[in-house]
Design a protein around this ligand. Structure first.
Ligand code: GDP
Length: 132
């Protein structure tokens, strides 16, 4: 079944000028880019997006980082897209991410890990409606 999922290129990656490289990989993995926009999150909007992590030690740092620069937000579609995108993205910590995953290639720390991908169909629906 074709599934929709949400993908974000985070501020570390937009600053480093690797948007094109990341989107080329996404298209090479047969994702259709259904919608795409560039924006800067306010601290408040970043807090809302990551509200599931409220109270965790890294929450202030994460929401500062996510509101620190431009992001690219994409609505993607692909067969089994939610799970497949998580595989292409790799583990949260780039040091633990499998070779050739986006975070292994482009992430520099557990916080500055280049990209975001929805972790379930339910989350994807919520995240898509958050941005589109
Ligand atoms: P994801 O689904 O793989 O993005 O991971 P999570 O939902 O657990 O965390 C959301 C985001 O918070 C991650 O992508 C990281 O940018 C950041 N993050 C997660 N764990 C940590 C941590 O232990 N320290 C810091 N500084 N950031 C973290």
């Amino acid at each position: 079944m074709v599934e929709k999922t949400l993908f974000i290129i985070k501020p570390d990656a937009t600053k480093r000028g690797i948007i094109g490289k990341i989107l080329a990989r996404i298209e090479n993995e047969d994702f259709k880019i259904v919608e795409l926009k560039s924006l800067k999150l306010s601290k408040k909007k970043a807090e809302k997006f990551y509200k599931i992590h409220q109270g965790k030690p890294f929450y202030p740092e994460l929401t500062d980082f996510m509101s620190s620069g431009k992001i690219i937000v994409c609505l993607l579609a692909r067969e089994k897209g939610v799970k497949y995108l998580r595989e292409v993205v790799g583990a949260t910590d780039p040091e633990l991410a499998k070779p050739n995953t986006l975070r292994n290639l482009f992430g520099t720390s557990i916080r500055e890990n280049a990209v975001h991908a929805s972790d379930s169909k339910k989350t994807a629906d919520w995240e898509i409606s958050f941005f589109f």
